[in-house]
Write a protein that binds this ligand. Structure first.
Ligand SMILES: Nc1ncnc2c1ncn2[C@@H]1O[C@H](COP(=O)(O)OP(=O)(O)OP(=O)(O)O)[C@@H](O)[C@H]1O
Ligand SMILES: [Mg+2]
Length: 673
C-alpha cells in the first residue's frame, strides 16, 4: 500500500501539534521542535517501516501513528492524531489504557500482546499482530508516553495452526497404527535407526509376559532360546548396520515358559533422502508349519529307513528261502535265481542265467512246460505245475511250481517235492495194503455176524432133530410128532438161510427188496419163534400193541433178527432173577405222525451205567459165552432203515430198548393194495 505525498504532509502537520498534550509531555517537549522536521529521513522510515508504530500519551492519545498501524483498525492516520484510543477504537480502549498505565507505572516494556484486526467491516478479523509497549522517556528521564510497535504475525499464526493440525493428524494416525498393530495376529515392533527397539505391540507383551522396560533396546534377547540367540543377534546387527532387510526363524519363550517358533522380518524405513530413520519388524508364529514340516521330514526319514530295512528283509527272504525263486522273461529265459537253486540242484547261478529251463527238464516234461510258459505269457498264472529238473549229479528232482506273469516278467516259486512224491507213493501202497486188511476184517466181522445170527435157528434145529429122533426111537414110533419136528427143522433151516442172505446183504451193501410191513406182525412172529426159549426161562410175555399203526418199508427177516436179539438179551438179563416174576413187555405205538416206536422192556439185572455207551459196540460183552455182536448188528440194521436204536434203564429195575422207525410214505402204502 503506497501513500501519497499529500497524505504524508497532512499527517506530519497533525503529528507535530497535538491538541491536548498532558502536562508531563508538555514539559518533555520544551524545544517544541518535532524530530521529523529536523530529520525528514527518519520520518520516511517511520512511515514506511514494515511494522506498525505509534506514540501514545499517558492518557492514551495518539501523538504519532504510521500507516502500517492503521491497518489494524482501518481508520486513517489523520483521524487518529490528537484523538484518544477510546474515541478511535473504543472496543480495545480498556485493554490499551491498562497496558499504558502499567508501562508508565512500572517503567518496563510490555511485550507480545496479541491484537486481532479491528476494522468495523471485520475484513481483517483474521489478521493478528503482536504488539510491544515501550516507555518513552523525556531528556530528564521521566516517562512522557508509550511507544507502540505492532508486527503482523498472521502468517506465522497460520503456520503454527497448520503445524498443530498436522501434528494432531500425526498423533491420530499414530494412534490408529498402534490400534492396528495391537490387533494383528503377529508381533510388531519398531526400532530407531541403530536398532534400539522402543516399541512392541500388545501381542508381544501378552505372549512373552514382559514389559517395555524389560524388552526395550536389546532386552528382547531374554526371551530368545539360548541355542539360537547368538546367531539371531549377529544377523540382525548386520542388517541394522547395512540397512538391509532382515529375516530369521527362531523360537521365542512365552509367559508359560514354553517356546514357539516365529518367522521374523524387519524392514528399514527411509526418509526422502534415503536415510534409514527407523525399523519396523514383525514376528509370525509358524510353530504349526514347522511341526508339520518336521513330522513330514521324520516320516520321510523313516520311510527311507523302512524301505531300506524292507529291502534288506526281502533280500534275506530271497537268500534264505528253501524254495527255488526265479525271475524269467516271457520266453522263460532266467534273469535271476536265488541260492536255493544251487542247494537243490547243484548248478551255480552262472550255469542257469540267460538260459531257459529246457536243458534241465526231464524229456517227458518238456512239452508240458513249454505249453505252461505259453499260458503264462498270455497272462494266466500257474497254481500247481509239477516237473522234473535234472540235478548236477544226474538224478531228477520233482519241483512243484507256482508262477505269475507281471509286466513282462515271470515270477516263479518252485518247491522240491521229490520226498513228498516218494511219500505219496508209499502212502498209496499203504492204502492198498490197508484195503486188503480191511477186506479181511470185513470177512471176519461177517463170519462173526453169521455165527451169531444162526446160533439161534441152529440151536432150534438141533433141538427139533433130537425130539424127532426120540419120537422115532420109541417102541411105537410116533410118526406124526416126528414129522412135526422135521417140519420145524425145515422152517428153521430156511430161516438160517435167510439170515445168512441178509447178513451178506448188509456187508455187500446190495440192494435187498424192502416190503411194506406191519410192525405188530413182526413182533408177534418174533415172539412165536422165541417162545420155546422164553417158556424154558419161565418168562411171561406182555404185549401192548397199538393197532392201526402206519406201515413201514423194511426187510422182514432183518427186523425179526433185531427183535430176536433184543428178546434173547432180555432173557439173558432175567435168567438170574429169582425174587420176582420175570416179565418181558413189548410195546408198539405211533411216535408223532410219521414214525413208530417199539420198546422192549425186561425186569432183569439192568445195564451197568458205565457200559451204557459201549453196549452197541461190536464185540462188547459182559457174558462169559457172549460174542458182543447182538446189539451192534441190531443198530446197523435199524440205522440202515433210517431209524434209531437206544437203551435206557427201567423205572424200577431192568432195562428198556427203544426202536424208532420212520413210517412209509403214504403214496407207497396206497400202492400196496
Ligand atoms: N436187556 C439187557 N439187560 C442187561 N444188559 C444187557 C441187555 N442187553 C444187552 N445187555 C448188555 O449188553 C452187552 C452186549 O449185548 P450184545 O447183545 O451186543 O452182546 P451179548 O449179548 O453180550 O453177546 P451176543 O453176541 O451173544 O449177543 C451184553 O453183554 C450185556 O452186558
Ligand atoms: Mg446178545
Amino acid at each position: 500500500m503506497r501513500m501519497s505525498a499529500k497524505e504524508k504532509g497532512s499527517r506530519r502537520g497533525r503529528r507535530i501539534s497535538p491538541n491536548r498534550k498532558p502536562a508531563a509531555i508538555k514539559e518533555a517537549q520544551p524545544r517544541s521542535t518535532p524530530a521529523h522536521e529536523r530529520v525528514p529521513e527518519l520520518e520516511l522510515i517511520y512511515d514506511t517501516a514494515p511494522v506498525g508504530l505509534a506514540f501514545l500519551t499517558p492518557d492514551c492519545r495518539y501523538v504519532q501513528i504510521n500507516q502500517r498501524l492503521t491497518e489494524i483498525c482501518g481508520i486513517s492516520v489523520a483521524k487518529h492524531i490528537g484523538r484518544s484510543v477510546r474515541e478511535t477504537v473504543p472496543q480495545v480502549a480498556d485493554q490499551v489504557e491498562k497496558i499504558v498505565q502499567a508501562v508508565i507505572h512500572s517503567g518496563e516494556p510490555i511485550m507480545g500482546v496479541e491484537v486481532h484486526g479491528q476494522r468495523a467491516d471485520k475484513l481483517n478479523s483474521e489478521r493478528v499482530w503482536t504488539t510491544n509497549w515501550h516507555p518513552w522517556r523525556g531528556p530528564d528521564g521521566s516517562i512522557v508516553g508509550v511507544n507502540v510497535v505492532a508486527e503482523e504475525i498472521t502468517e506465522r499464526k497460520r503456520a503454527e495452526a497448520e503445524l498443530a493440525a498436522s501434528e494432531g493428524a500425526l498423533r491420530e494416525s499414530e494412534a490408529r497404527f498402534r490400534e492396528l498393530a495391537d490387533n494383528i495376529s503377529q508381533f510388531a515392533w519398531t526400532a530407531d535407526r541403530s536398532g534400539w527397539i522402543y516399541w512392541y505391540n500388545k501381542r508381544w507383551h501378552d505372549y512373552t509376559g514382559t514389559t517395555l522396560e524389560e524388552m526395550q533396546g536389546w532386552g528382547w534377547q531374554n526371551v530368545h532360546h539360548p541355542e539360537h540367540v547368538d546367531r539371531v543377534v549377529e544377523r540382525i546387527k548386520q542388517s541394522f548396520e547395512t540397512g538391509t532387510p532382515w529375516e530369521d526363524t527362531f523360537p521365542l519363550r512365552g509367559r508359560d515358559g514354553n517356546y514357539r517358533w516365529f518367522l521374523s522380518r524387519a524392514l528399514p524405513i527411509r526418509n526422502d533422502t534415503g536415510e534409514v530413520i527407523r525399523w519396523f519388524g514383525t514376528n509370525t508364529d509358524v510353530t504349526e508349519q514347522i511341526e508339520a514340516e518336521n513330522a513330514l521330514r521324520e516320516l520321510n526319514d523313516n520311510l527311507e529307513e523302512r524301505v531300506q530295512s524292507e529291502t534288506r528283509e526281502r533280500l534275506q527272504i530271497w537268500n534264505v528261502s528253501q524254495d527255488l525263486l526265479v525271475v524269467a522273461d516271457m520266453a522263460g529265459k532266467y534273469l535271476s535265481v536265488n541260492p536255493a537253486w544251487s542247494v537243490t540242484l547243484g548248478w551255480s547261478e552262472s550255469d542257469l542265467l540267460g538260459k531257459s529251463s529246457e536243458w534241465l527238464l526231464h524229456p517227458d516234461d518238456r512239452e508240458r512246460t513249454r505249453a505252461e510258459i505259453g499260458l503264462l505269457a498270455m497272462g494266466r498264472k500257474t497254481t500247481r505245475f509239477e516237473s522234473r529238473f535234472r540235478h548236477k549229479d544226474g538224478s531228477y528232482r520233482w519241483l512243484s511250481w507256482k508262477s505269475v506273469p507281471d509286466q513282462g516278467r515271470i515270477y516263479a516259486v518252485g518247491r522240491d517235492v521229490t520226498e513228498l512224491k516218494d511219500a505219496e507213493d508209499k502212502l498209496r501202497e499203504t492204502q492198498r495194503e490197508l484195503a486188503r486188511v480191511a477186506g479181511r476184517a470185513t470177512v471176519a466181522a461177517m463170519s462173526a455176524a453169521i455165527a451169531h445170527e444162526i446160533k439161534q435157528p441152529l440151536g432150534a434145529i438141533v433141538t427139533n432133530a433130537a425130539a424127532g429122533l426120540r419120537w422115532l426111537d420109541r417102541s411105537e414110533p410116533n410118526l406124526a410128532e416126528a414129522r412135526d419136528a422135521l417140519r420145524r427143522i425145515v422152517t428153521d433151516g430156511g430161516r438160517t438161510s435167510d439170515v445168512i442172505q441178509s447178513i451178506r446183504g448188509m456187508f455187500a451193501k446190495s440192494e435187498q427188496v424192502a416190503r411194506l410191513l406191519d410192525l405188530n406182525e413182526v413182533i408177534r412172529e418174533s415172539i412165536a419163534i422165541a417162545s420155546t426159549e422164553l417158556e424154558a426161562a419161565k418168562i411171561a410175555v406182555q404185549l401192548e400193541l397199538t393197532e392201526q399203526l402206519s406201515l413201514i418199508s423194511a426187510h422182514k427177516g432183518q427186523l425179526q433178527q433185531v427183535m430176536l436179539n433184543l428178546i434173547t438179551n432180555a432173557a439173558d438179563a432175567m435168567r438170574s432173577v429169582e425174587d420176582r416174576a420175570r416179565l418181558l413187555r413189548v410195546k408198539s405205538e405211533a411216535s408223532g405222525s410219521n414214525a413208530i416206536t417199539i420198546s422192549v422192556q425186561d425186569n432183569g439185572t439192568g445195564i451197568d451205567i458205565k457200559d451204557i455207551d459201549r453196549i452197541f459196540d461190536a464185540f462188547f460183552t459182559t457174558k462169559s459165552n457172549g460174542m458182543g455182536m447182538g446189539l451192534a448188528i441190531c443198530r446197523s440194521i435199524i440205522e440202515a432203515h433210517g431209524g434209531t436204536l437206544s437203551a435206557s434203564p427201567g423205572a424200577y429195575q431192568g432195562s428198556i430198548f427203544h426202536i424208532v422207525l420212520p413210517a412209509a410214505p403214504a403214496a407207497s402204502v396206497q400202492s400196496r393194495g
